[in-house]
Design a protein around this ligand. Sequence first.
Ligand code: NAP
Length: 286
Amino acid sequence: MQRKAAGVVDRGRLEICCTLRGTGGSNPSLSAEYEEMFVERNSNGKRAIVIGATSGIGREVTKKLLSEGWRLGIAGRREKELSELQNLAPNQIAFQTLDVTHTDAPECLRQLISQTGGMDLFFLASGIGHQNVALESDIEMQIVATNVEGFTRIAIAAFHYFKEQKHGHIAVISSIAGTKGLGVAPAYSATKRFQNTYIEALAQLAHIEQVNIHFTDIRPGFVATALLNDSKNYPLLMSPERVATHIIRALNRRKRVVVIDIRYAILVFFWKLIPRWLWVRMRIKN
Ligand SMILES: NC(=O)c1ccc[n+]([C@@H]2O[C@H](COP(=O)([O-])OP(=O)(O)OC[C@H]3O[C@@H](n4cnc5c(N)ncnc54)[C@H](OP(=O)(O)O)[C@@H]3O)[C@@H](O)[C@H]2O)c1
């Protein structure tokens, strides 16, 4: 997990407004591989919005959804990365810069949905995480702002949209880190637990209100992405491509909760059995 000095703004990005780029237009640089995907796409007819598509797991899931024939609306803060991804299939992908910590994020989402032509699947991959044994307040608060406030803000917007539409699928990437409080990453593990609980609450709310919304809470173990870009050795490290394959399978099966992969599912099963008095005495570093 990244370690950051207090006060450092994540990747130096500051103000982001709703910058929308539509679908359409030809792309002479379109690779043969994606041209093939593009042709396949026309058969699906479904629309997915991916928030946090600019890198890591979200980017890989975007590419796999593209190959499965989804029409896509993608978002994140980095315009260049969004534009590069859109260039893979310009007629099938719309993009918009969006920062979940900003109050205009729901409006940006609404515009992106409109540009995409609707939304059947809302996929939320945005998140940050840092180890912070020094408990630097800025770092902890930044994680809370993104993984709790931003997460809630954008999840609510998706819920409202699907409630009005009367159907939809909300999928989020949380983490196995939400299973227990991790001493080396207090805000990260606590915010991931929040996400697990929030999605469970929304699922119950949808049931109470008799709205046909499916929910998938995706809980991966360690994945080799920018989120873990320190020089540490993480055990059982998985590639984002492999994790994306698991995610697509879980989405197609409309799984409610999925731990990726089976090794982590076994680990989590045993973690949960550890009594609290013993857990706090364990020196878990990664
Ligand atoms: N890597 C792991 O080991 C691991 C394990 C379990 C769970 N996860 C979770 O998986 C999710 C994806 O992380 P990753 O590993 O793929 O890392 P990543 O490559 O750093 O991707 C994080 C994504 O979140 C987006 N993002 C961050 N802050 C945002 C904001 N304020 N507004 C909108 N988008 C924002 C980033 O886009 P911009 O920077 O362009 O905004 C980027 O697309 C996270 O929720 C993470 O907690 C990761």
